[in-house]
Design a protein around this ligand. Structure first.
Ligand SMILES: [Zn+2]
Length: 243
């Protein structure tokens, strides 16, 4: 081990006031793991024993990588319930353009795990959506810029069709349009298209509001987002099955 390797993780000795040091951040995470290992895990040992050799998730959940979005928390799900994939902007590249992690996860969830639902979940105050509106901010992030081209269609949709009076309104509509665009990309995946057509798979487009915890879901029949409030039938984005 070189001297360099022995250095503590914390870079600055005195960070800005109120900012956690790198050492403190790592300690917080490891302490959390130790609490899970010693306290939480023993309480749910039966569940983890069952999960040790198989999974049968209720749904695939595609969300933004944003740290404020926790799919299991907002749906009150347990380990084994959700097959989650997350990335910047809850993007689904169209089939054939990119054999990356998202396309792989979709194919595996549908064909190997047989999930009946795929939920694409956007959210309020999304940094990716803000970057789509202000592409100059991505000057030094060529990879993010290239990735967010998959959201370009939503930006054009907003620019051409909405008379948004301010950025907050544009962000709101763009976030919804991005979810609709990614649902359309999702339908280009053969495994998804085929199972949707025979009524085995249902797709959903949601937008989660960080400040209020409300979720709005896209209703394909009505062409709009409706609140997921338990008082109406659950809106779905799935077209009618044909087989
Ligand atoms: Zn986001």
């Amino acid at each position: 081990m070189s001297d360099k390797d022995k250095q503590p993780l914390a870079a600055p000795a005195s960070p800005e006031p109120g900012v956690e040091t790198a050492d403190a951040a790592l300690k917080h995470i490891v302490d959390g793991f130790l609490r899970f290992h010693h306290e939480v895990f023993p309480e749910q040992e039966e569940l983890f024993k069952k999960l040790a050799t198989a999974q049968r998730p209720r749904a695939m959940f595609i969300a933004c990588a944003d740290s404020r979005i926790v799919p299991e928390l907002i749906t009150q799900s347990s380990p084994g319930d959700l097959f989650v994939t997350r990335n910047v902007g809850n993007v689904v590249p169209p089939y054939g353009q990119m054999n990356g992690g998202v396309s792989t996860a979709i194919e595996y969830a549908v064909l190997a795990l047989g999930v009946h639902h795929i939920i694409i979940c956007g959210h309020s105050d999304c940094g990716a959506m803000r970057a789509v509106l202000n592409p100059d901010s991505l000057e030094k992030m060529p990879t993010v810029k290239a990735w967010l081209r998959h959201a370009e269609v939503a930006k054009t949709m907003v620019q051409d069709n909405c008379n948004c009076s301010n950025e907050s309104e544009s962000m709101h509509i763009l976030t919804e349009e991005n979810v609709i665009a990614q649902l359309q990309h999702l339908r280009t995946h053969p495994s998804v298209a085929s199972r949707m057509a025979n009524g085995q798979l249902f797709i959903h487009g949601w937008v989660y509001n960080i400040e209020t915890s409300q979720i709005k879901a896209y209703d394909a029949d009505q062409g709009c987002f409706l609140p997921l409030d338990g008082s109406h039938p659950i809106p779905v984005a799935t077209p009618k099955a044909r087989f």
